[in-house]
Design a protein around this ligand. Structure first.
Ligand code: HEC
Length: 169
């Protein structure tokens, strides 16, 4: 191959590489400009309720077994339903009765060993149960993620796959 030909080939190669990389850059910026659906969980509680509710939640050890804001005690592996979005599934009054029940399993049956089951909080002050129920009822999920929350709740409570028919509804 003569020197001139070699130079032309190198030049063509450089041009091809350049166009290739421009295309890659353009593609990735197109991907980046897709709308980001973001985190589906949010709270509608007032600052005071968030403060008092999350304090009780911590003090009473709820996070030992439940995930909230994606966080749970890393030492625990109880397969309990997450609290993220619980306020889109349950009414405040339901949550209050559940927390007040002597036997929570009479309301939500359990498939777990005694030490993993939802404990009764009937013995804590009524005002604390009210605060907790209100706090939980404000933990909402965006509509587009509601089915996923229902699915996770179902699977945690039953240990079975969410029926496909339910997903399509
Ligand atoms: C020892 C683990 C444990 C602790 C501590 C615990 N829970 Fe639970 N919780 C569970 C389990 C497991 C369930 C599912 C029902 C069952 O198996 O008894 C549950 C169910 C629930 C439910 C019903 C969820 C649904 O989708 O039906 C709510 C609400 C709840 N817990 C709130 C709380 C709150 C609030 C606290 C703290 C005050 C708390 N839990 C502490 C284990 C726990």
């Amino acid at each position: 191959m003569r020197r001139g030909e070699k130079g032309i080939l190198v030049a063509i190669g450089v041009v091809v590489l350049l166009f290739g990389s421009i295309k890659v850059v353009r593609n990735s910026s197109e991907e980046a400009s897709q709308p980001d659906p973001g985190i589906p969980f949010y709270t509608t509680a007032s600052k005071e309720l968030i403060k008092s509710g999350s304090m009780l939640y911590r003090q009473l050890g709820c996070r030992k077994c439940h995930t909230l804001w994606g966080i749970r005690d890393p030492m625990q592996s109880v397969p309990s339903p997450p609290m993220d979005g619980i306020g889109s599934l349950k009414e405040e009054e339901w949550l209050y009765s559940y927390l007040s029940a002597e036997n929570p399993q009479s309301i939500v049956p359990s498939r777990l060993k005694a030490e993993y089951k939802m404990p009764s909080f009937a013995d804590i002050p009524e005002s604390d149960r009210r605060i907790l129920a209100a706090y939980l009822s404000h933990l909402k999920v965006e509509d587009w993620y509601l089915d996923e929350v229902k699915k996770v709740e179902y699977e945690k409570l039953t240990g079975e796959d969410y029926p496909a028919a339910e997903v399509d509804r």
